[in-house]
Ligand binder design. Structure first.
Ligand SMILES: Cc1ncc(COP(=O)(O)O)c(C=O)c1O
Length: 346
């Protein structure tokens, strides 16, 4: 395989060398298999094709300034996958199996880890889905767990910390109040694809979903959590129907360590007018600052009922938070909270 070109990468699939696959059959896990065959063989009656018993994760490994590879908080991803699988009533890999398969995947794809200077990283995508043949509406009893990876750049392909715009989704919901929004299951994303296409088609980088019961409060973006800075306070929504973001949790810890107050509480849409900085946060986007959020009655229409404006440049507090978290991930700053696993070169 030729040496990969790491320049100008976006958040996309770039071919790598190997994936790691394990199955749980009748409650017993097989030994993980490392393979360069990226084609999976599946029974066409597998539950995943019918009722979407599927959940996944996203984690990142970074080549550090010191040439050491750091894998960021994979136990949190393992625990979240376990919660997603429990919601779908299907087996999940243990935390130990999850983390060890991810490490195996990183080591097997060592030459695909983007170099420090590229600013890119190795994105791990663990996927768990039901694969026993079935017809009736049942949870899957057997599952396949696949860990794959791709060396990725920034989410939008734009420069790090460049601002983007977002639009509020008023006529498409993401996750119902008592629904599955807190779990990382593919079905949540399927619901957002059409609305996303409409937003992207109009040049918006992000789509902001509201609470489905009243459409008065901010939930999260389609790809990431919402945060705002108001004076010396970091504010992020408290809702049982948004994904508990590992990045957001880390940012809250970092924010407190920088002397900021942290508020997790319902955020009314109109409060946007009072914020100094707003952004999206997540593994894939890290932090994307927003310069404008448009409120439109419908995503299809041209009418904008209100626009909320922010700086065209990343705000100083978002910048500080970004520097600290990226600093830890890339070995530039002390890993105060022991978030990173150092991965040995195979
Ligand atoms: C809908 C949604 N919210 C939030 C996040 C952020 O979660 P995390 O920081 O764990 O990646 C993601 C994924 O990155 C997401 O897809």
């Amino acid at each position: 395989m030729p040496i990969p070109d790491f320049s100008h990468r976006s958040f996309s699939y770039y071919p790598t060398k190997a994936i790691v696959v394990a199955k749980c059959i009748g409650g017993v896990w097989t030994e993980p298999e490392l393979t360069s065959d990226f084609e999976l063989s599946l029974h066409c009656f597998s539950g995943v094709f019918h009722y979407a018993p599927e959940c996944f994760e996203g984690a990142k490994a970074f080549m550090g300034v010191d040439g050491r590879v750091r894998f960021f908080r994979p136990e949190e991803n393992a625990r979240r996958m376990s919660r997603s699988a429990a919601y779908l009533d299907m087996p999940a890999p243990s935390e130990e199996l999850f983390v060890s398969m991810c490490i195996q995947c990183i080591q097997a794809n060592w030459e695909h880890i983007p170099p420090y200077e590229s600013g890119a990283s190795l994105y791990l995508r663990p996927v768990l889905f039901g694969n026993n043949p079935q017809l009736g509406i049942n949870s899957s009893k057997d599952v396949m767990f696949v860990v794959m990876c791709s060396g990725v750049g920034t989410y939008s392909g734009a420069e790090i910390l460049s601002t983007g715009t977002a639009v509020i989704s008023r006529n498409y919901d993401r996750a119902a109040t008592f629904g599955s929004g807190a779990y990382k299951i593919g079905a949540n994303y399927a619901q957002s694809l059409h609305a996303y296409n409409l937003a992207h088609g109009q040049g918006y980088r992000e789509l902001l979903f509201l609470d489905t019961a009243t459409h008065t409060h901010i939930e999260e973006f389609g790809s990431s959590n919402f945060f705002a800075i108001k004076g010396d306070t970091y504010i992020t929504p408290d809702s049982s129907s948004i994904l508990p973001s590992i990045t957001n949790a880390s940012l809250r810890t970092v924010a407190e360590s920088l002397g900021l107050k942290v508020e997790m509480r319902p955020i009314a849409v109109e409060e946007l007018a009072t914020f100094d900085e707003v952004g999206s946060c997540g593994t894939a986007v890290v932090i994307t600052p927003l310069s404008r959020i448009d409120d439109k009655p419908t995503l299809e229409g041209k009418e904008v009922s209100r626009s909320y404006h922010f700086s065209e440049k990343c705000g100083p507090v978002s910048h500080k938070l970004f520097d600290r978290i990226i600093g830890i991930q890339r070995g530039l700053e002390e890993d105060t909270w022991n978030w990173c696993h150092i991965i040995e070169k195979p």
